[in-house]
Design a protein around this ligand. Structure first.
Ligand SMILES: NC(=O)c1ccc[n+]([C@@H]2O[C@H](COP(=O)([O-])OP(=O)(O)OC[C@H]3O[C@@H](n4cnc5c(N)ncnc54)[C@H](OP(=O)(O)O)[C@@H]3O)[C@@H](O)[C@H]2O)c1
Length: 239
């Protein structure tokens, strides 16, 4: 996709990876970008000051909020489904309310936003939907069992969607990062990639027409394992 000719919308654009997506798209010469956030006033003022940026209120779990966003952002041809939450907890002991919150946000929120924007994307095509998933959508880590399941559901949705919208001029991209150094993993001891680097590699993958993106060195290595032997990745992450 030609980023310079694109009008993008990034969900969860006020912090973390989402803020870096907006910055990276601006660097790449995007025509316009909607920086969507639950609280649009929380978008970095330095980013919001760029004349190509429109801040937009969007809670991906709220249908009325999504409908209002679509009615404003009717010129979008690149949707980046980035917003997400992570509740910690194991398969047997994790809090079911947190499991539910992750599912409502990471899975159903992504479905809700995507369904609402497909008519817009189809009319502005060629278009791209890029879903920010995670390596652990493909094989879970125990203490993030509910989160992993919600992202596995979003991964499956990504695959089903890809086939359903291809003939409407919409390509569907899945990005599968490893750990990223944002608020989401604050306090967790792990290898973490810089969010700027992850955003840069995902935007580069979108520009190159990639369908699957491994946007950091850890996920690129683990991705190779997964593609060769999914059970080996499961054993590695469980270990
Ligand atoms: N960090 C990692 O290690 C990692 C690894 C792989 C994949 N990911 C994925 O990368 C994406 C970005 O995560 P991050 O690391 O940047 O996390 P983050 O720093 O915690 O930021 C999460 C973003 O999602 C937004 N959000 C949460 N619920 C929302 C809702 N209902 N409606 C709209 N926005 C909502 C947050 O907005 P508020 O400020 O309003 O809360 C925030 O902008 C997520 O999909 C995450 O699952 C992260």
């Amino acid at each position: 996709m030609n980023i310079t000719a694109s009008t993008a919308l990034v969900t969860g654009a006020n912090r973390g990876l989402g803020a870096r997506f907006v910055a990276e798209l601006l660097t790449g010469g995007v025509t316009k970008v909607y920086a969507a956030a639950r609280d649009p006033k929380s978008v970095d003022p330095a980013i919001a000051a760029d004349p190509r940026v429109r801040t937009l209120a969007l809670d991906i779990t709220d249908q009325a909020s999504v409908d209002a966003a679509v009615s404003v952002a009717s010129d979008v041809n690149l949707l980046i489904n980035n917003a997400g939450v992570l509740g910690f907890g194991s398969a047997l002991e994790g809090d079911l309310d947190l499991f539910g919150r992750d599912m409502h946000t990471n899975y159903l929120g992504t479905v809700r936003v995507t369904r609402a924007f497909v008519p817009v994307l189809a009319s502005n095509g060629p278009a791209v939907i890029a879903n920010v998933l995670t390596l652990i959508a493909l094989a879970p880590v125990g203490p993030m069992a509910g989160y992993s399941a919600s992202k596995a559901a979003a991964h499956s949705f990504t695959q089903a969607l890809r086939a359903e919208v291809r003939d409407r001029g919409i390509e569907v991209v899945g990005a599968y990062p490893g750990g990223i150094d944002t608020d989401m993993l604050a306090g967790v001891e792990a290898d973490k990639a810089a969010p700027e680097e992850v955003a840069r590699r995902i935007v580069a993958g979108i520009a190159a027409g990639d369908t699957v993106i491994w946007p950091d060195d850890a996920s690129a290595g683990a991705g190779k394992v997964y593609l060769g032997d999914p059970l080996q990745l499961e054993r590695l992450l469980a270990g």
